[in-house]
Design a binder for this molecule. Structure first.
Ligand SMILES: O=P(O)(O)O[C@H]1O[C@H](CO)[C@@H](O)[C@H]1O
Ligand SMILES: O=c1cc[nH]c(=O)[nH]1
Length: 240
């Protein structure tokens, strides 16, 4: 048991899918996994372990924002020996080439969080990046399945509501989408020499104001979940 997770040692798999929304964790477990056991209910941050095509995989809801995802990431790595951390989140599109329902693979994560200034004592602006193997597997899987995949930089914003932020400048510099956790997850993976990737389904668009319907969200979120699960299988095959 760790501070925020009540699982016993051995209850959590080496690869964990990490949605912000705990109900998305429940949905993934119920829809895609077999022989599911729930290992966490603390703070309703639901956590499950089950089998996907014979491979043990866990799903952990992380809550919203860098502070929250870093609590779960830290405990999963430090207390439960997790190796692969795969965020499956929603994001807002920031560039006109990015369409609602696209799945963005966050190759890097820019942030307005002070996280890296604190870690590196203001010496550098650290660039948090995805694990290349995870990224390549996810890209290959998405392309093979003819899914609408985009790869690039995202913004991990500290505030969901931030009228002051110059989003146009970020878009001009190639930032594809905004979400709230990837930079923290990537930095944690770098610190502990683990692997992390954020897959993000575009649920709304900051330029057009367009939003997905609940039904569309479910179908496209499924695409992202399938990519994450299949990438997890490839990581396990690679490790063995
Ligand atoms: O859908 P999730 O994974 O929670 O991700 C996005 O949604 C939340 C904001 O509504 C933030 O956590 C953001 O990163
Ligand atoms: O953080 C987020 C997530 C989805 N959509 C947004 O606009 N921001």
């Amino acid at each position: 048991m760790s501070t925020h997770i009540e699982a016993k040692q051995g209850d959590i798999a080496k690869t964990v899918l990490m949605p912000g929304d705990p109900l998305r964790a429940k949905y993934i477990a119920e829809t895609f996994l077999e022989d599911v056991k729930q290992y966490n209910t603390v703070r309703n941050a639901f956590g499950y372990t089950g089998n996907y095509k014979g491979q043990e995989i866990s799903v952990q809801g992380t809550g919203m924002g860098i502070p929250s995802v870093m609590i779960y990431g830290e405990e999963l790595i430090q207390e439960y020996g997790v190796e692969n951390l795969i965020r499956v989140g929603s994001a807002g599109g920031m560039k006109k080439e990015i369409k609602i329902r696209d799945v963005v693979l966050a190759q890097a994560a820019t942030t307005d969080s002070s996280l890296h200034r604190q870690i590196f004592n203001n010496q550098v602006d650290f660039a948090p990046i995805a694990d290349f193997d995870l990224l390549k597997h996810a890209y290959d899987i998405g392309m093979d399945k003819n899914m609408s995949i985009r790869v690039g930089n995202v913004l991990s914003a500290d505030r969901f509501y931030n009228a002051e932020l110059d989003k146009q400048k970020l878009a001009d510099y190639g930032v594809l989408a905004v979400e709230m956790e990837a930079a923290g997850l990537y930095s944690l993976a770098a610190k502990y020499n683990k692997r992390a990737l954020a897959l993000l389904t575009i649920s709304d668009h900051l330029l057009t104001g367009e939003e997905t319907t609940a039904e569309e969200r479910q179908t496209t979120f499924n695409d992202m979940m399938i990519i994450a699960l299949e990438a997890a299988l490839r990581m396990e095959a690679q490790a063995n």
